[in-house]
Design a protein around this ligand. Structure first.
Ligand SMILES: Cc1ncc(COP(=O)(O)O)c(C=O)c1O
Length: 294
């Protein structure tokens, strides 16, 4: 995020960020009792808003919180925010917490209005040259809970795991549960072996990334074989390529894992091809109303 946003959405109102405030009793603040989404915007077009709103609904259902808005209402909020905060590449951040109760109480059975917040993030799109240079990662123990499919605002475990990577002097971490790969600290993991694209299946152990879906779709439409299956930790050592995908980082090639080169130690040829296709997809989104997957 490079610029400060000005107009934000809070509980039905659009107002300057300086005037947006919530109660210290808000359960989002006290417990991390809430969920969120980040929707990339290219030009003036949202990337897969229906996928993000579906995932939002899933997160809300999982924590038994009603969706405060219909899809049409959300779309109106997004459009209004984008109008108020012009720019090229941006992202919509939205978060819903269970609201503020009178007493600090873990029980979530009181009738209380949720806190609904959204803002525009001014993002700098990843520079292809910088991305091509690749990133270094370590593997760390995935000690998180068994509900990682919820895009929860309780992110302290992810903060700790990301810090482990920073303390080790690397860019990020691949999370290992028992003997298999789950995801990154804020991304999904892909591996290339003999030309096949492999990624762990969705479930309670990882967030179903919208970028993950898109990468799988692009691969399938371009004759790249995709396998959604468990990846053993040991398989990372023999991978020709490893990628980390997310809305903000797009597709980052991992060139070094635990101090060892991945493949030839440079961004691989399948990554280059996928990155081209992904950029074409973004350009198509910018230029057109309806976006057929490519
Ligand atoms: C834990 C985790 N996994 C995966 C992702 C990737 O999801 P998406 O591609 O929708 O950004 C994220 C994104 O923030 C994340 O936090």
């Amino acid at each position: 995020m490079s610029k400060t946003t000005n107009t934000v959405y809070l509980n039905g109102q659009f107002l300057p960020i300086e005037q947006a405030s919530i109660s210290v009793m808000d359960r989002g603040f006290l417990f991390g009792d809430g969920v969120y989404e980040v929707v990339p915007v290219f030009g003036n077009k949202l990337l897969r808003p229906e996928g993000h709103l579906k995932r939002l609904q899933n997160s809300l259902d999982r924590i038994s919180l009603d969706n405060p808005h219909t899809v049409t209402e959300w779309q109106a909020v997004f459009a209004n925010l984008l109008d108020h905060n012009p720019g090229d590449d941006r992202a919509i951040y939205l978060q819903i917490s269970r609201g503020a109760y009178a007493r600090r109480d873990l029980r979530a059975n009181q009738d209380c209005a949720p806190t609904i917040f959204a803002m525009v993030l001014h993002v700098t799109p990843p520079d292809i040259d910088v991305l091509s240079a690749g990133i270094s990662v370590i593997t760390v123990d995935d000690f998180r809970w068994n509900a990682c499919d919820i895009k929860s605002t309780s992110l302290v475990a992810n903060v700790m795991l990301k810090q482990q990577a920073a303390d080790a002097g690397v860019d990020d971490a691949i999370l290992i549960r028992e003997d298999h790969v789950t995801e990154g600290t804020a991304s999904n993991i892909f591996l290339i072996r003999d030309g096949v694209l492999i990624t762990p299946p969705t479930g309670h152990q990882l967030l179903p990334g919208i970028t993950r879906d898109l990468v799988i779709e692009i691969a399938k439409n371009n004759a790249i074989i995709v396998e959604e299956r468990e990846i053993k930790e040991i398989e990372l050592q023999d991978a020709d390529e490893i990628w980390m995908t997310s809305s903000t980082r797009e597709i980052a090639p991992v060139i070094n894992l635990n101090g060892q080169a991945v493949g030839r130690g440079v961004a691989g040829s399948v990554w280059k091809r996928m990155m081209d296709l992904y950029q074409q997809y973004k350009q198509h989104l910018r230029d057109n109303e309806a976006v057929p997957p490519e």
